[in-house]
Design a protein around this ligand. Sequence first.
Ligand code: 9D3
Length: 247
Amino acid sequence: MQVAVVSLFPDMVGQVVEYGVVGRAVERQHLVLSCHNPRDYAEDVHRTVDDRPYGGGPGMVLKYEPTAEAIRRAREATPEGSPVICLSPAGKVFDQGEAKRLASLEGFVLLAGRYEGIDERLIENEVDEELSLGDFVLSGGEIAAMAVIDAVTRLLPGVLGDDESAAQDSFMGGLLDHPHYTRPEVVDGMRVPAVLLSGDHARIARWRYKQALGRSYLRRPDLVRKLDLDKEQRKLLDEFLNEQGRD
Ligand code: 9D3
């Protein structure tokens, strides 16, 4: 997959490919990342990329021409037909479904804004869609671009090992994960739940699923409502609620 990012802070975006799963994906060429800086295409002596908003108001606006040229270069670094996606607090909220959709493409361009915003004519002429990470305020689109790249790269064939991929598939069954424990068995007087030491894999799987259902119900009722539970799932959830505070 080829992803091209348009950003005034390419070094920041480049950090996402320096570590862990995404780092390995780039080494193995599952992912090819390029960055394109509007400042490189600003033609005046000061290499100006922002200007004051027409109509007044606080902050600055990313200028059309250098940004449009950076987007053109970014398009050239991605396959024909790759969408241009602007990271914006006004976009559609990014979720795992969006990540799957992007992972099915051969490439895409991410436009990360700075300042108060970008000239709206860029959205009209150059941008195909807008994505947001949610309802909080970032200082720019770079961290959002990095989050999208991370989430999408994990879904590319061959990037995760078979075990990790399978775990990802089953866990993304619309629920939060179950709790995890590792050695020692007792820490600060707190024991690992006995079932996890039992060696009974069916009981362990049932307990984990019950925990996942219960936590999702308490923390993210929206997720549980979407599932519309069958009889067995309701029974597990009832058990969880009755046991609350123990094991
Ligand atoms: C405080 C400034 N806001 C005035 C109402 C507008 C605003 C402009 C630019 C707020 C944030 C930004 C920069 N944010 C992003 O580029 C961004 C973002 C975000 O802030 N939150 C969640 N997802 C995203 S994706 C890109």
